[in-house]
Design a protein around this ligand. Structure first.
Ligand code: KG4
Ligand code: ZN
Length: 341
């Protein structure tokens, strides 16, 4: 390690993953430890906030120790601690924030609070050393569906958002309706490969005067109505076709809005982020749409799409360079807005 290297320990605990990572100079990941609670929450069909918080408390010290030892560094080598302080589940966020504050105070290391979405977008910097702002990013996860104009590091403008369900939420709810269990996204992804995406006509919602906003609750209801209708008529439901047709409806809207945004803002770079960004058909469709328009397409590896701390470390690095510092009064902000400090 050279003296001028900037080493950041990052912590992420906003939902159901307890994660810690050590990041060097913003783009080199020295360790990326993730303790997932998925198996625990599966029993209940979704994340139970109280259980999530308790599990984070149990795991966080162990996850941080592993992240440090895998990176072959100690707390004394660190230049800053980065931590997700919102948005997310308040009890879950508090575990990471409190831990980060304790380390920062005990070791006298600067504390940098990070917005979870800024983390997801920053995941794209890890494997694409050439990627620099400005670009347009589509962030699609279990809690968010945002089209974001990334003007510069740390400078964002939300140009589109969901009016109701997040894309990942729609995947999870439809998966549950066809008996696939939690989390539904990866399961629908897999099942869709055996189905016909044109078998059932599901709606593609458009919002008047808001070309970049999304709405997925009508689509979710259409799938549920289709399933109920078939049951009442005693018709056989082909789950593969339901999954493929639903997934195609989501992807069509995501691709259409994203390309409109990239073209309207005249940007030749486009990046996807968040758990849903690991969807294989979404990646293929975006790749094709971008290629047709001469737009460079960026996406993180699946491990950096779903929640992780490496992406928080990358975002924290650019915030650190910009001079962002938080005090011991940093609090968890469950509904934190992107761009707020
Ligand atoms: O980013 P993430 O780990 O957590 C949030 O910040 O919400 O995203 C989790 C979401 C879940 O809704 C999950 O079903 C979805 O991402 N997801 C997928 C895939 N992998 C995860 N959705 C579609 N296709 C996938 N392959
Ligand atoms: Zn997330």
């Amino acid at each position: 390690m050279k003296k001028e290297d900037v080493l950041i320990l990052a912590i992420e605990s906003s939902c159901d993953e307890t994660a810690a990572s050590v990041v060097k100079n913003g783009r080199t990941i020295l360790s990326n430890i993730i303790s997932s609670q998925i198996e625990l929450h599966k029993l209940y069909g979704g994340v139970v906030p109280e259980i999530a918080s308790r599990k984070h408390i149990e795991k966080i010290n162990q996850v941080i120790s592993e992240a440090l030892s895998e990176a072959k560094v100690t707390l004394d080598d660190l230049d800053a601690i980065g931590v997700t302080y919102g948005p997310g589940l308040v009890g879950a966020l508090l575990v990471g924030v409190t831990e980060a504050k304790a380390i920062s105070f005990a070791k006298n290391i600067p504390l940098v609070g990070v917005h979870h979405i800024e983390g997801h977008i920053s995941a794209n910097y890890i494997e694409h050393p050439d990627l620099k702002p400005p670009f347009v990013s589509l962030v699609v996860s279990g809690g968010h569906s945002h089209l974001v104009l990334v003007k510069d590091y740390g400078k964002y403008e939300i140009i589109g958002r969901t009016r109701d369900d997040a894309a990942g939420e729609a995947f999870d709810k439809v998966a549950r309706a066809i008996g696939l269990g939690y989390p539904g996204g990866p399961k629908i992804d897999r099942l869709s490969k055996e189905g016909d995406p044109y078998a059932i006509k599901f709606p593609r919602a458009k919002i008047q005067d808001s070309p970049y906003d999304f709405s997925f609750s009508g689509l979710k209801s259409a799938v549920l109505n289709y399933l109920n209708g078939a049951k009442m008529k005693g018709e056989k439901v082909v789950n593969e076709d339901v999954a493929a047709s639903f997934q195609k409806a989501v992807i069509d809207v995501l691709v259409d809005h994203s390309m409109k945004a990239a073209e309207a803002y005249g940007l030749k770079k486009f990046a996807i982020a968040g758990g849903v960004a690991s969807n294989s058909s979404l990646r293929t469709a975006m790749e094709k749409a971008c290629a047709e328009r001469g737009i460079s397409f960026y996406y993180p590896s699946p491990i950096y799409c779903t929640d992780n701390a490496a992406m928080i470390g990358v975002a924290a690095y650019y915030e650190y360079l910009a001079g962002t510092r938080h005090g011991i009064d940093l609090n968890a902000v469950p509904n934190l807005k992107l761009g707020e400090r």
